[in-house]
Design a protein around this ligand. Structure first.
Ligand code: NI
Length: 388
């Protein structure tokens, strides 16, 4: 099944939805207007059930096929924007100052709405499709909140699928891989407490800046000396705050940053080594290091059977040479990870063409790819999660 004629017919209308959402970006869980827009559309399509308020502001709709029993598939899109001042100069640019759809979630939501409209019209599939519109992908854990709110059990979801656009991948192409696709995204803050005093008498102090500097250096050995060299882990110190004047050794120093990993093992290793390094270097100097560990998104892992199905479905829609199945994993995070922890599933990446990168103020979702995205969702539904 190539790109659907119906999807081409719908493209202009769906592009209108996409640009409307682009003009009205909202952040995190505060996606009330977006969720209301999604709810209104889903109801107008005649979905069997539309549920709001899941995971605070998430929206879910159920569409039953007419071809008998089968699995229940969850298709997920994200609705939230980013705190960025838009620089696209487009006539549909953000009307909400300082907020912008710079990750294409406006496009993901619109394509899944288009697919919902098509599937509710045609019902040419077995089993059930549950379309999932989540808030707060950009750091709030909206996916986790929807799962904790009973998303999977309440709707009887057997498998779950996601799609994200990818700048730099040509229009008309998809990429995917089995295994880890996006990294875990934990954050840390280390507070080194020494003893402050006069800069001219350092012997009477315990200098948290010198100790903190050693900790920053030693943290580099997590990636270079602790982790398996063919695995992936990133340790980035992004903040170091200390001191108030040139002649005072401060009492404490604060070091902040992020650790990202592509396996649960490396994720655990990163945390354990960070604690050991910071606490023991501080202790060696008679200081203390207090560690605040903020758990972020887990590693987003594509299950191999589901990733294979996605690749085969994408090949049928886009053509045999249009799907890269060995995509490089990325050290960014994705809270779709909570959904593929809860159920087997996979996320595919759809080429956004030669545009500015994700989270860049000049980024814009490419409306040309809307028919392809809708057709992919339709084909996945019509095979009921199988490639045939
Ligand atoms: Ni995104």
């Amino acid at each position: 099944m190539p790109i659907l004629n119906r999807a081409h017919e719908m493209a202009e209308e769906v592009t209108g939805w996409r640009r409307h959402l682009h003009s009205h970006p909202e952040l995190l869980f505060d996606v009330h207007e977006t969720a209301a827009f999604v709810e209104e559309k889903l109801k107008s399509f005649g979905c069997d059930e539309v549920v709001t308020g899941l995971g605070r502001t998430g929206v879910v709709a159920v569409i039953k096929g007419s071809k008998g029993p089968g699995e229940t598939l969850g298709f997920r899109a994200d609705m939230d924007a980013l705190p960025i001042r838009e620089m696209t100069g487009k006539d549909y640019a953000s009307q909400n100052s300082g907020k912008m759809h710079a990750c294409g979630h406006d496009g993901h939501t619109s394509m899944l709405l288009g697919a919902a409209q098509y599937l509710a019209e045609t019902r040419n599939f077995a089993g059930t499709v549950v379309v999932i519109f989540q808030p707060a992908e950009e750091g709030g854990g909206g996916g986790r909140e929807m799962v904790e709110d009973g998303l999977m059990d309440r709707f009887g979801i057997d498998r779950v699928y996601g799609m994200h656009n990818m700048p730099g991948v040509p229009v008309g192409q998809f990429t995917i891989r089995s295994g880890a696709l996006w990294a875990s995204t934990d954050e840390f803050k280390i507070t080194v407490t020494g003893r402050g005093g006069h800069a001219a008498w350092p012997n009477q102090t315990i200098d948290p800046i010198v100790i903190g500097s050693q900790i920053v250096q030693a943290l580099q050995t997590i990636a270079s000396r602790n982790a398996d060299p063919v695995s992936a882990i990133v340790v980035s110190v992004t903040q170091f705050h200390a001191g108030t004047a040139h002649n005072i050794i401060p009492e404490d120093a604060e070091i902040g940053g992020t650790i990202r990993a592509l396996s649960p093992e490396n994720r655990a290793l990163g945390e354990a080594r960070l604690r050991a390094i910071a606490e023991n270097i501080a202790a060696a100097h008679g200081a203390t290091a207090e560690i605040e560990w903020r758990k972020g998104y887990p590693v987003m892992i594509n299950h191999s059977g589901e990733a294979d199905v996605c690749a085969q479905v994408a090949s049928r829609v886009a053509g045999d040479n249009a799907v890269e199945t060995e995509a490089a994993p990325m050290m960014g995070g994705e809270d779709f990870a909570y959904m593929t922890e809860a159920r087997p599933g996979a996320m595919i990446l759809i080429g956004n063409g030669d545009t500015a990168g994700l989270h860049h103020p000049a980024y814009d979702f490419n409306d040309e790819i809307i028919p392809l995205g809708i057709s992919y969702w339709a084909a996945l539904a019509e095979g009921n999660g199988r490639a045939a």
